[in-house]
Write a protein that binds this ligand. Structure first.
Ligand code: ASP
Length: 326
């Protein structure tokens, strides 16, 4: 399987071949252990310090990233671009596949085999579950999954957990509430799996229609994580340390009447946060489309804008790692 295989035999000389993630694909959070996370967060910390101190530096000078996005993106695509450029590398942006040979009917394996002739690493977002794993099977260069349909979004989960660590100082023992579209939201699929490496309590709050998929509940339960499922936020809000709010994923609904029924069931307002702990955080992978009212933005517990910045350091760390420079 290409998942954890090091594709180092095709990478240029001079790289640090002993670096732990050198030449690896990043496809799912399932590939990470707690030790890996400690390592990644250590590198991300260094990246944060370097950016604060000197802004841009030459760690990946001469390296090229291909950013291949078959679905819309603002944060993931631009943060990978910023990450590569802050490390002195450059980017081939393919954000509009309709202007590429994809619109002529080119297959994903052929497209990645093309891009790897020009780039050292490929970041891929695609509407189908498993697309990154498929790409990784064909590519000699590392593939980073930037969201595969309703499947996973591993780099988002890494930055989400990094946000929790940076903001609250630890993960162990926390009470995490995930709210909204738990069925189609790939970020919560990845985050629930990643959190299950720790002793946490997870509350899933959603309408019946948008419940967390049973296979993910099973996976998390197997790790002896305490979980609870609710349709209202109220019973779990007061004990919550991390409130992770999600958007209802309109683009995944076959029946738009169903979307209309569930689209605005939960809205976080300053009134909601009166019931919450003084020391807790509100997160959101963004974009938000009404789930958190803008009046919450000024509350120090609103961490969603800071969360985006943490994403830059995580993506810098990942690029440096898979290219053997960290
Ligand atoms: N930006 C996140 C994603 O790509 C969350 C969302 O779109 O709601 O999954």
């Amino acid at each position: 399987m290409a998942t954890m295989a090091t594709k180092s035999n095709h990478l240029p000389l001079g790289d640090q071949r002993n670096a732990p993630f050198y030449g690896k694909d990043i496809l799912s959070v399932k590939q990470f252990s707690r030790e890996d996370l400690t390592y990644i967060y250590g590198v991300a910390h260094e990246m944060r310090e370097m950016v604060a101190r000197i802004g841009t530096f030459d760690l990946l000078k001469g390296k090229i990233l291909a950013n291949l996005f078959y679905e819309p993106s603002t944060r993931t695509s631009s943060s990978f671009t910023a990450a590569m450029e802050r490390l002195g590398g450059s980017v081939i942006p393919i954000n509009e596949v309709k202007y590429s040979s994809v619109s002529k009917g080119e297959s994903l394996p052929d497209t990645v085999r093309t891009l790897e002739c020009y780039a050292d690493v490929i970041v891929l977002r695609h509407p189908e579950v498993g697309a990154s794993a498929l790409a990784a099977k064909y590519a000699r260069k590392p593939i980073i999954n930037a969201g595969d349909g309703v499947g996973e979004h591993p780099t988002q989960a890494l930055l989400d957990l990094f946000t929790i660590v940076e903001e609250l100082g630890h993960v162990e023992g926390l009470n995490v509430t995930m709210l909204g579209d738990l069925k189609y939201g790939r970020t919560v699929h990845s985050l629930a799996r990643l959190l299950s490496l720790y002793q946490v309590k997870i509350n899933f709050v959603s309408p019946e229609l948008l419940k967390m998929p049973p296979e993910i509940i099973e996976e998390v339960k197997e790790k002896s994580i305490q979980i609870s499922e609710h349709s209202e936020l109220e019973p779990v809000l007061a004990e919550t340390d991390v409130l992770y709010v999600t958007r209802v994923q309109k683009e995944r609904f076959e029946n738009l009447d169903e979307y209309e029924q569930v689209k605005s069931l939960y809205v976080i307002t300053p009134e909601t946060l009166k019931q919450a702990k003084k020391k807790m955080i509100v997160m959101h992978p963004l974009p938000r489309v009404g789930e958190i009212s803008p009046e919450v933005d000024g509350d120090p517990r609103a961490a969603y804008f800071r969360q985006m910045e943490y994403g830059l350091y995580i993506r810098m760390a990942l690029l440096a790692m898979v290219l053997g420079k960290a």
